[in-house]
Each structure stands twice: as structure tokens, then as C-alpha cells.
Design a protein around this ligand. Structure first.
Ligand SMILES: Cc1cc2nc3c(=O)[nH]c(=O)nc-3n(C[C@H](O)[C@H](O)[C@H](O)COP(=O)(O)OP(=O)(O)OC[C@H]3O[C@@H](n4cnc5c(N)ncnc54)[C@H](O)[C@@H]3O)c2cc1C
Length: 356
């Protein structure tokens, strides 16, 4: 049966999916594959829909919503444990579970909407921590090889808010995510000044685990980085652009003008997309297109209101990108994903050599 994608995305936009299946029972995955395999294209997989911009025309194929829940803990020896979560487990619930258990490794990822299974897709991250930092393996279904496999982090092409799953969508459905965490009373070293200030500690210090996790939730709420249940900012997909890479000279100029530039672990520099936008005149609360506004707290989050459509949202994203391109000569890359029907390449790739 078809279902409106607007009912399954946090933007509450999107037309009818031809067929909509919900995966809630891990033991029933093969039945679901059977049901979904009648088409020659792989299904579009949806988690919490918090990073998805679905078309007004809907999706001309099968959509599978991942709703499996469950977390298992396996001792690895010493203070290390492996935590495995089902794909449909909310990431925020997983973070809360690990903090309650005194496990360090993902404490800065609390308050991010969406599922654990979607986190490796864009290598979800915040406050200098990203899911790939602690990932040990993914259990995936490979639609090209028609079987379940295990992928190791080195096979997933992780980078800043990207992975093989994002650059080559459709082939893999993530069924389970395993992380190596440490039994540790202290959080990972603080890398963000705002958080350090809130906890009254210096950058690089290790606050108590629960305090760090709590400070993250408060800071996210204060900065409009959470999903409100109602109000003008309730329909959104978080940031609409990634922070762009900038060359050293441009980074220097941005810093001189008072703009934030972040050092990535790989040595590259990324400017704050939100700051660049505000410099072009798009301030929080600005109307950008029909029914689409910059959120009350930040220009980088676009919110949909009553008469918004996926088309007007897309136009608004383009308007912002164009403004930054003409003002700063920086090309912004959109973050939310648009479901497109793709055919599966049957060509063998390096991933095929490492099948397990
Ligand atoms: C208020 C707000 C704050 C946010 N803050 C952050 C942040 O701090 N950092 C950050 O990185 N992101 C942030 N996001 C974006 C988003 O929440 C994350 O990217 C999240 O991981 C998406 O999860 P989801 O389940 O909602 O994904 P969905 O929107 O359902 O899916 C996103 C993509 O992943 C694919 N996908 C989903 N599940 C699977 C699966 N099991 N297997 C294979 N592919 C799958 C989908 O096909 C789609 O391409 C924020 C969003 C909002 C609304």
C-alpha cells in the first residue's frame, strides 16, 4: 500500500510512495526483501526522515521504513565493550543508553533526530565526534548481491558528513550498527568552545560523562539544534548545507572578518555555512520562498510552514546557495537527501572483493 512521505519526514513534505513497507522485526527481514524485490530497482530506505527532502510527486517505487529496535552489549575485554543497535533504534536513545551505562564514545551525539541505521550514511556528527570514530562493523543487506554482509569501517568511505552509502545510495540497507565503546567515567575531550564554556572547563579537558551529555542537550536546545514538537520551527531537516571546505587564504580572510573556520581532523579547513549565509543578509526568521523561512535561531536551518511544498523548499535552498556563491565565491553543498529512483549497478566494485 502507498503512503504519504509527508507523514514520515520531519519536514512533513512529500507525496505518495507507490509502496510503503515497515521493517520492525529483525527475524522477518528476508520476507521483507522478498516483498520489496519485485521491482528491478532497490527500495528507498527511510529512517526517521530527518535528513530527507521527499518530492511533491512522491516516490515511484518501494519505500522501506526501518523501525527495528534493540541494543545489545558484548564485553570485549578490559574496559572495552561492543554495543550493537538495530537500525531503527533512535540515535538519541542509543546515546542516552550508553551514557546511563557509563560508556564513553558517542556522548556528544545526543539530541540528534533520526535512527542509528542512518547515522553511518552521512557519518552523523556533532561537537567534534562522529559515528565513524567508534564504529566497528555494520550488518547490511547488499541489494546487488542479494545477501546480508558485514562491512568494516575501512570499506565505508567515511569522511566529513559522507560515506559510500551517501555517495552511492541504494545498494546497501544498514540493518545493525556496532560500536566499540569504553567503560569510562569521563567523556571524550571537549573540542567545542561553547560547550567548554558552559561546563566552565578548558578545551581538551574531559568532563564527567553524564555532565557532558547533559551540556550537549542544553546547548543544542539553546542554539535551535533540536526538533521542536510544535511552533514555527517544527518542520525542518536541520542544517540545509554542509560547512564548505575553504582554502587557507580564504579561511584567513573569513577569520579576519570574524567568521568561524573549523579545523577538520584531516587537516582541511571548513567555514561556517551559517555565518556565510548571514553575511549575505539571510538572518534567522527571513522568508526565502513560499512557506519557507530561515529558522528563528539560525539561517542555516530552513523551516517549512503551511503552504510550503518540496518544490518551494528546493527553490529556497537554491536561493541561499546562489547568494553565498555570488557573495563569497563559495559553492555550498546541500545536506538533506532527495529520494531518487536509481537502478543498481551490477558491476563489481572493490567492495565486492571483501564480501563476508
Ligand atoms: C533538528 C535537527 C538537528 C540535526 N542535527 C544534526 C547534527 O548535529 N549532525 C548531523 O550529522 N546531522 C544532524 N541532523 C540531520 C539528521 O538528523 C541526521 O543526519 C540523522 O542521522 C538522519 O537520520 P534519519 O533516520 O532521520 O535519516 P533519514 O532522513 O530517514 O535518511 C537519511 C538518508 O539515510 C538513508 N538511510 C536511512 N536509514 C538507512 C538504513 N538503515 N540503511 C541505509 N540507508 C539508510 C536514507 O535513504 C537517506 O538517504 C539534524 C536534523 C535535524 C532535524
Amino acid at each position: 500500500m502507498g503512503e504519504l512521505l509527508a507523514d514520515h519526514t520531519t519536514l512533513r513534505l512529500g507525496g505518495l510512495a507507490d509502496r510503503f513497507l515497515t521493517h520492525a522485526d529483525p527475524a522477518a527481514w528476508s520476507d521483507l526483501v522478498h516483498a520489496a524485490s519485485s521491482s528491478d530497482t532497490p527500495p528507498f530506505v527511510l529512517g526517521g526522515g530527518s535528513n530527507t527532502l521527499a518530492d511533491d510527486t512522491g516516490y515511484p517505487g518501494t519505500v522501506i521504513r526501518m523501525a527495528t529496535r534493540g541494543i545489545a552489549v558484548r564485553p570485549l575485554g578490559g574496559d572495552l565493550v561492543e554495543v550493537t543497535a538495530q537500525a531503527g533504534e533512535p540515535l538519541d536513545a542509543l546515546v542516552a543508553f550508553t551514557v546511563d551505562e557509563g560508556l564513553s564514545g558517542i556522548e556528544y551525539l545526543g539530541g540528534i533526530p533520526g535512527t542509528t541505521g542512518a547515522a553511518p550514511v552521512q557519518n552523523t556528527g556533532a561537537y567534534g565526534q562522529q559515528i565513524s570514530d567508534t564504529l566497528t562493523r555494520l550488518t547490511v543487506y547488499d541489494w546487488a548481491l542479494a545477501r546480508t554482509r558485514v562491512l568494516r569501517p575501512g570499506e565505508c568511505g567515511f569522511g566529513y558528513r559522507t560515506s559510500t552509502f551517501k555517495t552511492g545510495p541504494g545498494r546497501f540497507t544498514i540493518l545493525g550498527v556496532s560500536l566499540r565503546l569504553e567503560r569510562q567515567a569521563r567523556a571524550a575531550p571537549i573540542r567545542y568552545q561553547q560547550l567548554a564554556d558552559a561546563l566552565a572547563i578548558r578545551l581538551g579537558a574531559r568532563p564527567p560523562l553524564a555532565e557532558a551529555a547533559q551540556a550537549v542537550l542544553i546547548d543544542r536546545r539553546n542554539r535551535g539544534l533540536t526538533l521542536p514538537a510544535d511552533g514555527p520551527d517544527a518542520r525542518q531537516a536541520g542544517s540545509v548545507f554542509l560547512n564548505p571546505l575553504v582554502p587557507r587564504a580564504q579561511a584567513k580572510a573569513i577569520r579576519a572578518a570574524g567568521g568561524p573556520v573549523y579545523n577538520s581532523p584531516d587537516g582541511t579547513l571548513r567555514a561556517s555555512a551559517g555565518w556565510l549565509l548571514e553575511q549575505t543578509g539571510f538572518l534567522p526568521g527571513t522568508r526565502v520562498d513560499r512557506g519557507v523561512y530561515c529558522s528563528q535561531n539560525r539561517a542555516l536551518t530552513l523551516t517549512a510552514r503551511d503552504d510550503a511544498t518540496a518544490a518551494s523548499f528546493t527553490t529556497a535552498v537554491e536561493v541561499l546557495a546562489h547568494a553565498v556563491l555570488t557573495t563569497h565565491r563559495i559553492r555550498l553543498q546541500r545536506e538533506p537527501v532527495q529520494p531518487h529512483r536509481r537502478s543498481l549497478s551490477r558491476r563489481r566494485t572493490p567492495l565486492d572483493q571483501t564480501c563476508r
